[in-house]
Ligand binder design. Structure first.
Ligand code: SAM
Length: 242
């Protein structure tokens, strides 16, 4: 299992929670530089996929500083957004203050691998760059499946590894040099960003992740590859007979 501190006896969940609480103040700035501002475009795409199915009741899991939830905010749509790192949520709440009053997002402290919601509650569940940080990936996906209505939609934005030689070279330089460097100079925490690069490289992306989604109760799974294959957007539906 890839953890921020491989030798620490603390669980991955504890380490991840404390890491995001520490890097919260600089998370958005580094994200912007690290993705060359492409993150906005990816989040917009997630929102578009969700609204193609006219979702009215949405859960954003591992919301962090809230950008996907904020992107999805619409009149007459109820969005709940959860994360287990309080400092990330505080920033999300501050940013969402500027939304129109009828586009309120309910930010809550909760564990994605043990959600406090009843079964079959949501039309859509989204998660951006969250699942690879779960201690138990399958458990988190099963929880997302449980709280979705039958036929409800999951949309997951997650890192991938590009396949062409040229983009592989660019990816290597980006993840091994630029990202830890930005982490060091902006967040003063190169270890956190080394972990993010390492976890991205080791995440079972593409068809491997598609199979995991299928095995955790999703069907009609589509993979959209974005920006030379550095991220994928996975969408799928909760199996009706699940
Ligand atoms: C890389 S950030 C992504 C934040 C946001 N979704 C985005 O797109 O920028 C990962 C987030 O996942 C959260 N996270 C990781 N494991 C979690 C868990 N078990 N339960 C809730 N949140 C979790 C972290 O606290 C962090 O805010």
């Amino acid at each position: 299992m890839i953890k921020p501190h491989s030798k620490s006896t603390k669980s991955k969940k504890e380490q991840i929670q404390s890491m995001f609480n520490i890097i919260a103040p600089t998370y958005d700035t580094i994200n912007k530089y690290m993705t060359l501002n492409s993150d906005k475009k990816w989040r917009r795409k997630v929102s578009k996929i969700v609204y193609e199915k006219n979702a009215k009741n949405i859960l954003d899991v591992a919301t962090g500083t809230g950008d996907i939830a904020i992107e999805m905010a619409r009149d007459n749509v109820k969005i709940i957004a959860i994360d287990n790192a309080n400092e990330m949520l505080e920033i999300a709440k501050e940013k969402s203050k500027y939304l129109k009053t009828d586009r309120i997002i309910d930010f809550k402290l909760d564990d994605a691998e043990d959600l406090k919601f009843e079964d079959n509650m949501f039309d859509a569940v989204t998660v951006g760059f969250g699942v690879r940080n779960f201690e138990n990936l399958e458990k988190g996906l099963l929880e997302m499946n449980r709280v979705l209505k039958p036929g409800g939609q999951v949309v997951i934005l997650e890192t991938a590894v590009p396949q062409t030689l040229l983009s592989k070279i660019g990816y290597f330089l980006h993840t091994n040099i630029l990202i830890p460097f930005l982490g060091l100079i902006i967040a003063k925490n190169s270890n956190a960003y080394k972990y993010l690069s390492k976890s991205a490289k080791n995440f079972p992306h593409g068809n491997k992740f598609k199979k995991i989604l299928h095995d955790t109760g999703f069907e009609d799974i589509e993979i959209r590859s974005e920006t030379f294959g550095v991220v994928n957007i996975y969408s799928g539906l909760k199996q009706i007979n699940n």
